[in-house]
Ligand binder design. Structure first.
Ligand code: ZN
Length: 82
């Protein structure tokens, strides 16, 4: 089964959180394996969330956390459109 990039990016947030059902996760795994664009997006997304978590651990103001979250959502939205 193949999945489109758009579909994968829709699932990516849950994928990174480990919140996807196993069947969807394996679909996404398969797609990421063969799709450089999505793999790269995942790497960027992971790096960003890791930075966020580090920053949060250091006590990030809630307003800043919300802004960062909005930024990530925007980035995801931009990729979906592209
Ligand atoms: Zn893709």
């Amino acid at each position: 089964m193949t999945a489109s990039c758009k579909h994968c990016i829709d699932l990516l947030v849950d994928y990174v959180d480990g919140a996807l059902p196993p069947d969807q996760q394996s679909t996404l795994d398969g797609h990421l394996h063969g799709c450089g664009a999505c793999e790269e997006f995942l790497a960027t997304y992971r790096a960003t969330t890791t930075l966020c978590k580090k920053a949060l651990a250091k006590e990030m103001p809630e307003s800043l956390a919300n802004k960062l979250h909005a930024f990530i959502q925007q980035t995801v939205g931009a990729v979906k459109k592209g």
